[in-house]
Every structure is written in structure tokens, then in C-alpha cells.
Write a protein that binds this ligand. Structure first.
Ligand code: C2E
Ligand code: MG
Ligand code: MG
Ligand code: MG
Length: 292
């Protein structure tokens, strides 16, 4: 694993390096075992249209229900396998579980788009599209348009030609695509123009800092303008407060995801949440400020 190896290269004792790598190997084996033992679960976080309150989708986020360590966030275990073929196995499990959930919700009358995150390593793997097609074929009842593949902007843009091939392959399968953590990579306008993704998800760092940092506010305004020009859907991530929501609406960003709306939750908690949910009235009354 690149990050670990890079860090250990600067140690003076090979023994220490050995132990580090062996420890890493043990952790990877543990993750492989967890996959076989069905210790992973998906939690779902709603994406809403703030003005109307409509729930327009959910994002599937992986967690590890570890028997001793409790519920682990992806940041704890995904980095250990992000450059290993194991990330593809886990990625396939995520897509399969999401398709199952979509089918389940469909049968309950809930036609809800579900976003899944795909790791750069998996996305760039030559088998990715074939695996996707096989998984879709195993769920013929599922409308592929309800599955949205989230790819991080940085991975998409390091090699545009291969990203383009994958994006087009996904579209052939009838899936939707989103660029995740948008604004944190090196998106050139040319790239955005050529990549036919429907949705841009503004990274939460801009939303978090827009209230105190004029530069972040400016980036946010720029991204909102870009989404309009390129006619892409826009979602703000990390909307933690009603204040965030209000400002985003004023700036012209209508859709949002964040703790201020709901935290990621187990699938079973979602229908009751949907019953209770209503958008704050003052969001609905917020007027959009037209850019000068
Ligand atoms: P992401 O795709 O950008 O997902 C958004 C992250 O922000 C999630 O963290 C979510 O719980 C968190 N979040 C949502 N609203 C708020 C908010 O208002 N404030 C703050 N501070 N955070 C908020 P999580 O679940 O820990 O996931 C972190 C990252 O791990 C994800 O970022 C994604 O890149 C990756 N990830 C999650 N699930 C999967 C998966 O199934 N496969 C792959 N390859 N990556 C995944
Ligand atoms: Mg995401
Ligand atoms: Mg993101
Ligand atoms: Mg992120």
C-alpha cells in the first residue's frame, strides 16, 4: 500500500518496516474475513431539494460493524485497501447491496435514486464495467437509472481518456454519474465539458468555510455558475446548519446533503425518517439572489 510504504521508507530499521508491512497484511486479511462474514453494512444519507423539501435520492455509505471495535467509519479501513484488488471486491459488494436495497424500496413503492462511491482503483480496473454489467444482470428488477455512480473528481481527472471510457460505459448501462468532492481536484473547464456526468457534488469543505472565508464563498459561487452553464445538477455536501442551507439557496444551489438534514442511517430507519421529514419553512421562503 503506497501510503504506508512511503511512510516507512524513512524509518532507519528494516525490522520496524517489516513489522509495519506485516501488520498491514494482517489488517487486510481481517478485512477480507469481514467481507466473508458479512460485517459490512450500508448506511443511507438523504439528498433533498431544499426549497420543496423533496427527497431526491440517498447516498450509500459503507460502515464496518466490527464485533469488538463497534461501528467503524470508512476512513478507518478503506485507506488500508485503497490500492489493493480487495477494494474491487468490496466495491462489488457495495454495488450489489445497493441494488438489493433499490429493489426492496422499489417493491415498497419508493423509487429512490441511490448513489454509491467507487474507489479510483476500482474505477480504473479493466474489469469494472464488466463487473457492473454482471451485477445489474443479477438484479433485472432494478431500474439502472436509480443507481448513481459517484466518482471523485481527482481520480476522474488524472486520466481523462480512461475516465471518459468508463463514464460512457456506465451511461450505456443506463446509470447516472456524479463527480464527488467537486472543487478539490484540478477540474479544468475542458474536462468538465467533455465528461458527461449529470451531477456535481460540491465538496463539504467549501460549504463549511463559506460563512467565514470569502475565498471559499467565491469558489462556491463559481461552481454554482459552472453547474448552471454546463447544465449539471448540483448538490452541496456537508450542510450542517439551516444557515448553510439558507445561504446556498440564496446563491442558487437547491439540493443538499448533510447532518443539518439527516445523518447517514441504517436502511430500516429511512422510511420512518421520510415520514417525519419536512424542510424548514424559512428555506422554502428564501429568495435566490441573482448574480450581478
Ligand atoms: P463522500 O462520498 O464525500 O461522503 C460524504 C461524507 O461526509 C460521509 O462520510 C458522510 O457521513 C459525511 N457527511 C455527510 N454530511 C455531513 C455533514 O453535514 N458534516 C460532516 N462533517 N460530514 C458529513 P463517511 O461516511 O465517513 O465517508 C467518508 C468517505 O469515504 C466518503 O466521502 C467516500 O469517499 C468514502 N466512502 C464511503 N462509503 C464508501 C464506499 O462504499 N465505497 C468507497 N469506495 N468509498 C466510500
Ligand atoms: Mg460520495
Ligand atoms: Mg464528497
Ligand atoms: Mg469525501
Amino acid at each position: 500500500q503506497a501510503k504506508l510504504a512511503g511512510k516507512n521508507r524513512f524509518h532507519f530499521f528494516d525490522l520496524e518496516r517489516d513489522i509495519g508491512l506485516r501488520g498491514h497484511h494482517v489488517e487486510m486479511q481481517r478485512i477480507r474475513f469481514a467481507l466473508a462474514q458479512s460485517e459490512f453494512v450500508l448506511h443511507y444519507q438523504p439528498r433533498v431539494q431544499m426549497r420543496s423539501g423533496a427527497v431526491v435520492g440517498v447516498e450509500a455509505l459503507i460502515r464496518w460493524q466490527h464485533p469488538e471495535r463497534g461501528l467503524l467509519a470508512p476512513g478507518v479501513f478503506l485507506p488500508l485497501i485503497e490500492n489493493d484488488p480487495l477494494i474491487c471486491e468490496l466495491g462489488c459488494w457495495v454495488i450489489d447491496a445497493a441494488l438489493q436495497q433499490i429493489g426492496h424500496w422499489q417493491r415498497a413503492g419508493l423509487h429512490l435514486p441511490v448513489g454509491v462511491n467507487v474507489a479510483p482503483y476500482h474505477l480504473q480496473h479493466p474489469n469494472f464495467l464488466a463487473q457492473l454489467a454482471a451485477l445489474l444482470a443479477q438484479h433485472p428488477e432494478v431500474d439502472p437509472a436509480l443507481l448513481e455512480i459517484e466518482i471523485v473528481e481527482t481520480s476522474a481527472l488524472t486520466d481523462l481518456d480512461s475516465a471518459l471510457a468508463v463514464v460512457k460505459g456506465c451511461q450505456k448501462l443506463g446509470l447516472r454519474l456524479a463527480l464527488d468532492d467537486f472543487g478539490t481536484g484540478y477540474s479544468s473547464l475542458t474536462y468538465l465539458k467533455r465528461l458527461p456526468v449529470q451531477t456535481l457534488k460540491i465538496d463539504q469543505s467549501f460549504v463549511r468555510d463559506m460563512l467565514c472565508d470569502p475565498d471559499d464563498l467565491a469558489i462556491l459561487e463559481g461552481v454554482i455558475g459552472l453547474a448552471k452553464v454546463f447544465r449539471r445538477d448540483l448538490v452541496a455536501e456537508g450542510v450542517e446548519t439551516h444557515e448553510h442551507g439558507r445561504l446556498l439557496l440564496q446563491l442558487g444551489c437547491e439540493s443538499a446533503q448533510g447532518y443539518g438534514i439527516a445523518r447517514p442511517m441504517p436502511a430500516a430507519d429511512f422510511p420512518p425518517w421520510l415520514q417525519r421529514w419536512s424542510a424548514p419553512a424559512f428555506w422554502q421562503n428564501t429568495t435566490t439572489l441573482e448574480p450581478q
